[in-house]
Design a protein around this ligand. Structure first.
Ligand code: APR
Length: 270
């Protein structure tokens, strides 16, 4: 997209943002790319390079949770490049712009597919993590969540009865990390929160997502069908591009601060 087009699209997007009464964002791996975390698809993604992981990860967990935990603890000792990148990552200007938008009442909620906790580090609060959060553990029965520290990797005794696999102190359900595995249903509370937000929104920022994974990609479609407007922030096209009222073909770390600047001016000028 040439400069002039981007300028025009930025002005159009800023107007939609300034006119919206309930703006939400659907976020994907592309937002964290400028924080050093690889994406999954889009040519140089993890799945493109190494192939998609087995789709039955969750069924394997359920089949033998003790073995699953033992393997996970062993893996924590030797970190993969991806885990190291995610462990060391810091929010980038894209995350910070979203946190500012929330603070200034422009952005009402973020539905994120990212598990990296960078929204929280940037200062965002109104967040639904549809694929979970890597820094938390969760009971698969009651969905109670704990900060990972409460399950020290070297011993699972702190906070629990020392059994492996760890069990929920409330309902005795199995406890696993909060990230949603392939084959695992999206936790009900997260799903309900996403539908609630999509039912209220009149505009959506689609940021750094290939929009091919469901149910996440369904929420902007719900808003669009209700007459809402979509804005895409992505260097590449996606299946939702044609439905977008404005498209910013630029890295989100560059486009979002610029979009916020322009929206602020319009909001201030009202
Ligand atoms: N800024 C904005 N978008 C970017 C940037 C950037 N700097 N760099 C890449 N992108 C875009 C790519 O063009 C691509 O469309 O980000 C998108 C990343 O797509 P995916 O890797 O498919 O990530 P995502 O949509 O989040 O995947 C959804 O799939 O594998 C599962 O659980 C995983 O949550 C993930 C889900």
């Amino acid at each position: 997209m040439n400069e002039t087009d981007l300028e025009t699209q930025l002005d159009l997007a800023a107007r939609i943002v300034a006119e919206s009464s309930y703006l939400i964002a659907l976020v994907g791996a592309g937002l964290s790319k400028e924080s050093g975390i690889p994406t999954f698809r889009g040519g140089d993604g993890l799945w493109d390079k190494h192939g998609e992981p087995p789709m039955d990860g969750y069924q394997r967990f359920l089949a033998d949770p003790a073995a699953w935990w033992a393997q996970r603890l062993a893996e924590q000792e030797k970190m993969s490049d991806f885990s190291r990148a995610i462990e060391e990552a810091q929010p980038n200007p894209g995350h910070l712009a979203l946190a500012d938008m929330e603070r200034e009442g422009i952005l009402k909620h973020i539905i994120t597919q990212n598990i990296d906790n960078l929204h929280q580090l940037a200062g965002s609060a109104a967040i639904t993590e549809i694929h979970g959060n890597r820094t938390k553990q969760r009971c698969i029965e009651c969905s109670r969540r704990w900060p990972r520290e409460e399950f020290p990797s070297t011993s699972l005794r702190a906070g629990l009865s020392g059994e492996v696999p760890p069990r929920c102190p409330d309902c005795r359900g199995l406890v696993k990390n909060d990230t949603v595995m392939f084959g695992e249903p999206i936790p009900q509370d997260a799903l309900e929160s996403c539908y609630r937000e999509a039912q209220q929104a009149d505009a959506v920022l689609l940021i750094g997502t290939s929009a091919v994974v469901y149910p996440a990609a369904e929420f902007p479609a719900i808003v669009y069908r209700r007459g809402g407007r979509l804005i895409e922030v992505n260097p590449q096209e996606t299946p939702l591009s044609d439905a977008c009222a404005a498209v910013l073909r630029a890295p989100s770390g560059e486009a979002l601060p610029e979009l916020l600047e322009r929206a602020r001016r319009l909001v201030a000028g009202r």
